[in-house]
Write a protein that binds this ligand. Sequence first.
Ligand code: GRF
Length: 202
Amino acid sequence: RKTAILISGRGSNMSSLIRAAAEADYPAEICGVISDNADAPGLAAAEAAGIPALAVTRGAFPDRQAYEAALDEALAGLGAEIVCLAGFMRILSPDFVGRFQGRMINIHPSLLPLFKGLETHKRVLEAGMRIHGCTVHFVTAEMDDGPIIAQAAIPVLPQDDEEKLAARILKMEHRIYPLALALVASGKARMEGGRTVFDRNA
Ligand code: GRF
């Protein structure tokens, strides 16, 4: 199924999705990448991979409604059925999210519902957690909320700092995001009544 990726920056998760989708039997096809930041390194990486890449910047529109209308139009232009948020740093309105209910997913660098929001690695270290992870979830109107599709956990090591932890988590992100998108695109995981329902064979 046609899948668009929304980014704001580096785009390493985007690249992991593009790589996975290049496999013949992968159930999703990446039809385009949209960034809210024209300078996002991810845009160049998408182009280099032969994926349509465009910037839809917030500053070009008078208000959020007009911005989201432009996003909608860009997604429709790409024929996107599924939307992956991958380091997209903008909060989308409940209306926008509602239009993509069950078809929009996000990756977050913590074991949700713990550590929503920014600077998760720092806060995990401050809290003295001995375990940390990442989560792919369906997007709902609440930030970093929504039914969980996939998670990975790793131990926090005594010698860890924010950077080391972030690097190990990012590796796990690159593994679980393609997995989660495959589950959603194949219909093996779907959102129903505010929960993720998994196929028995998933
Ligand atoms: C990732 O850690 C992701 O979990 C978070 O933002 C970061 C984006 O990194 N939402 P990248 O742009 O995919 O490299």
